[in-house]
Design a protein around this ligand. Structure first.
Ligand code: ADP
Ligand code: MG
Length: 291
């Protein structure tokens, strides 16, 4: 981690000249920036110390960066540098062309089945790669996915809530990889995360639920459980016996969604099962991984 130096002008962070806003999340604002020497463009995630207590902030940002540096996948955004100032922490990332999947969904209303599948297939491949590396995202949602609106290629970002099964964190898990911290975004959180119990939850299972939720919104243009807060979403999830779908969502897709949006985490489909589902396999082209 390199210091930004004392005399940082408001529009410059280290060697990076800060430009327009690319997006905002719950913890940060992300701006375009240009390296003053190389003129290369990057995305600069600015996490303010006002938003998180200082000790947590540093720990969280370091973990987020560690995860991103550890993953090497064409659909995972890459990190270039990390900087710190008195008030903020900064992650310099690859500048991704495209827009939030959330924005594209809002613009289209909903995705045609083939387009939804193409995005979903890449998401599943990417998340499976993460799981194989011992990384669980835990905050998968359309705001944390960028999509190239022409090619429909995607990038997964925001590992701020992520979990990495490395030496440092391993001691905090038991033999079954059980986690306990309640993290995520209510509308995309699995039932066992919404209503945490002493038994905890598994990162792979909660990510499958979120992927199912993303597929649901891509195909239908709406959320099945549209509450704003954890309590409302929890009530909606538990009050419904069976998932309901708009009439235009076809049977094979509904069948896959039912397996992923299974309330019982034990009965829920695994990613391997998702990848073998007939709906998933239509026009499937695996993402070519970096060596
Ligand atoms: P938070 O942890 O606060 O949610 P995110 O990492 O999700 O922050 O970033 C917030 C938003 O900034 C994203 O939803 C996206 O719109 C935009 N963004 C983040 N990273 C990039 C990037 N590398 N390139 C382009 N836009 C980005
Ligand atoms: Mg985010």
């Amino acid at each position: 981690m390199s210091p930004t130096g004392g005399a940082v002008a408001a529009t410059k962070v280290g060697k990076f000249v800060v430009g327009d806003v690319l997006g905002e999340g719950s913890y940060s604002v992300v701006k375009r920036c240009i390296h003053e020497d190389t003129k290369e463009q990057y995305a600069l995630k600015i996490v303010s110390k006002d938003k998180l207590p200082t000790s947590n902030l540093e720990k969280q940002v370091r973990k987020e960066v560690k995860i991103m540096q550890y993953l090497r996948h064409p659909c995972v955004v890459t990190v270039h540098d990390v900087l710190m100032s008195e008030r903020n922490m900064y992650i310099v990332m690859e500048l991704v062309k495209g827009r939030e999947l959330f924005e594209e969904l809002t613009a289209r209303g909903r995705f045609a089945e083939n387009d939804a599948r193409r995005i979903f297939q890449q998401l599943v491949d990417t998340v499976q790669y993460c799981h194989q590396k011992g990384v669980y995202h835990r905050d998968l949602k359309p705001e944390n996915v960028l999509v190239d609106v022409v090619t429909l290629n995607i990038k997964v970002l925001d590992f701020g809530m992520g979990w990495i099964n490395d030496q440092e964190h391993k001691n905090m898990l038991d033999a079954k990889n059980i986690m306990h911290t309640q993290v995520g975004t209510p509308q995309y959180m699995a039932p066992e995360l919404l209503r945490p119990s002493a038994e905890g939850y598994r990162g792979d299972q909660v990510d499958v639920w979120s992927l199912g939720m993303i597929l649901y919104v891509l195909l239908s243009g709406s959320l099945p459980f549209p509450g704003e807060d954890i309590d409302t979403v929890t009530r909606l999830v538990h009050s419904r016996k069976k998932m309901r779908y708009p009439s235009f969502v076809k049977k094979p897709a509904k069948d896959l969604l039912d397996c992923m949006l299974e309330k019982s985490s034990e009965k829920r489909a695994t990613l391997a099962e998702v990848r073998n589902h007939p709906w998933f396999l239509i026009n499937y082209v695996p993402v070519v991984q970096k060596s």
